[in-house]
Design a protein around this ligand. Sequence first.
Ligand code: PXL
Length: 272
Amino acid sequence: MLDSGLTRPAAVALSIAGSDPSGGAGLQADLKTFHQFGVYGMAVPTLLTVQSTSGIESSTCLSPALVRAQLDCIQRDIPPVAAKTGALGDPAIVSVVADWVRESDVPVIVDPVMTSTHGDSLATDQTIDAIVEELLPRCFLITPNLPEAAKLSGIAIADQSDMRRAAERIGKRGARRVLVKGGHLDSDPIDLLWADGFVLTFPAERIQSRHTHGTGCVLSAAITAMMARDYTLFDAVVHAKRYVTEAIRTAPGLGRGRGPLNLHAPTNSKAE
Ligand code: PXL
């Protein structure tokens, strides 16, 4: 029989996140990143923002039932190998996502998005409480930045030893693995991974740029893609971090505000 010439995608990843019509963050950034890492991407929107590189003008949640229907529909057809969450909008959406995670048993990377790059709120305190109570105990990995880690742990964070204490506290609250991102440190942006009681640090150079819109989304999407391709978590974090650093360094300078990253094809990693 003649071969169709089509190759089956090697791996499938799902983003459950908010929409950013400017394409730099949210599920648009996740899909572009999945694609660049050689992974077939699917996307379930939770909320729609009206935003540009200058900030978020409004944000509207989808109904929890509609989010759940999308998850069930794709799960029956193309079950993802790995998934990630971004902005979840409201506590009822967190609940349906947590139920799906429990039922599907898909490893989920939770990016506990609380604010946009501009500081616009993307989660109320009730939504954050729901993430802690329902999603945190079920995630494969959670990837808070410093303000998010401070909120999730109740610990003020100024340096690496605070990052470690915060990660441990988040672990005590149920997360099995925690990647605290150091982008908001005064020093170089060192990330700290707390996994099964072990601690690893991932150094990187700081690149001065205002074009950092969507860095958290891209990092967690790259980790998710690498997990879908069966890399170890250590390799996934190393390559994802290298990818984000290069993406900031070569950002295209689009928009009047804080522009998107350069979501290039990874060149110097195993992820090709
Ligand atoms: O980068 C965090 C983020 C996540 N999700 C959506 C966003 C943003 C930042 O702007 O718009 C939809």
